[in-house]
Design a binder for this molecule. Structure first.
Ligand SMILES: [Zn+2]
Length: 323
């Protein structure tokens, strides 16, 4: 790792907390009980038990003997990241995702004939209905649930309200894409006390919001197996912490970001697991960044045994292997 790359990684780690807040958009204090320093062992175990990592679910082999599954995923948040401060100029930064970022990303995926998963908040789709048509028209991609208004569940913190927003989001996307979405990615990657139970009841095939491993695993809820497949994400393999002006790395050279992603992919390849990259069209859809992303795709395609898949395809395969 070069010293420049190391610096980016250090900056990322230092600022993870502020990035997290920024993505959630001006976090209010979530109503959660802190773990007291004199808590008993039992109380500590109880306090962390709401959602935990269960068994690893990486299959013995990926389809056609592939060594690694690669999932490119895009959270199409666009204007909704400025929901709380909707001034025209910042909104235009999000609008860019629809006018330019997404079309450019779709063209890139076409050039390399690879699939991707798109997580779209309902109101983001409502602002730009053409986005869904453009994604569906490729007949290769997946569209999953990413909230109604990109609401952060820890801030909504109201089970009935959350249920209503989740139901509305599923219904909206079902109508827009012509089938019920099977994947859930929590807006701002946040779960409240109620989220796990609600997405289980909704019957999602998989979730992609947690970070307890970097390979597929089963989610446990209060110690119980749920059957819910987790396809985990990570801030390291995301674009927000590197590129957003208010975030940690703050606009570094796309080649440095490429090196970080490449390092993540290389180890996944060596370990024969999975590499999930999470990008945002309004962030990574810019010219120099798409060029770096294309370099990454070309690099990954140059290796034998790389399975490019949607998260839905990975979850279906994992599920089938588990039977
Ligand atoms: Zn998002």
């Amino acid at each position: 790792m070069s010293s420049r790359v190391r610096l980016v990684v250090v900056l990322l780690v230092l600022k993870l907390v502020s990035v997290h807040g920024a993505l959630g958009q001006q976090a209010s204090t979530p109503a959660v009980t802190p773990i007291p320093i004199d808590a008993t062992e039992e109380q500590v175990k109880q306090a962390v038990s709401l959602v935990r990592a269960g068994e690893k679910l990486t299959p013995k082999a990926w389809p056609n003997g592939a060594r690694v599954a690669v999932c490119l995923s895009f959270d199409v948040d666009n204007e909704l990241l400025w929901r709380r401060t909707p001034w025209p100029v910042p909104l235009s930064q999000g609008e860019y995702g629809a006018t330019t970022g997404l079309p450019r990303v779709l063209d890139l995926l076409d050039r390399h004939s690879i699939p991707a998963s798109f997580y779209i908040p309902a109101m983001s789709a409502a602002l730009h209905p053409q986005m869904i048509q453009d994604i569906l028209q490729r007949k290769r991609h997946e569209i999953g649930v990413h909230g109604w208004m990109h609401e952060n569940m820890t801030q909504v913190n109201d089970a009935a309200k959350e249920q209503q927003l989740l139901t509305q989001s599923i219904e909206y996307l079902t109508k827009a894409i012509g089938k019920r979405p099977v994947g859930f990615r929590a807006p701002a990657w946040e779960f409240s006390q109620s989220t796990m139970e609600q997405i289980r009841k909704a019957g999602f095939l998989y979730d992609s919001s947690f970070m307890a491993m970097d390979e597929p695993y089963e989610l446990l809820a209060s110690g119980e197996k749920t059957g819910m497949i987790e396809l985990p994400i990570n801030w390291i393999a995301d674009d927000y912490p590197y590129y957003e002006p208010e975030a940690s790395g703050s606009l570094p050279d796309p080649d440095l970001v490429y090196e970080v992603y490449k390092g993540e992919f290389d180890m996944a390849y060596r370990e024969r697991t999975m590499f999930v990259l999470t990008l945002h069209p309004h962030i990574s859809g810019h010219r120099s960044r798409v060029a770096a992303l294309e370099k990454l795709i070309i690099y990954m395609k140059s290796k034998p045994g790389v399975w490019f898949a949607t998260l839905e395809q990975v979850a279906e395969y994992v599920k089938a292997q588990g039977k």
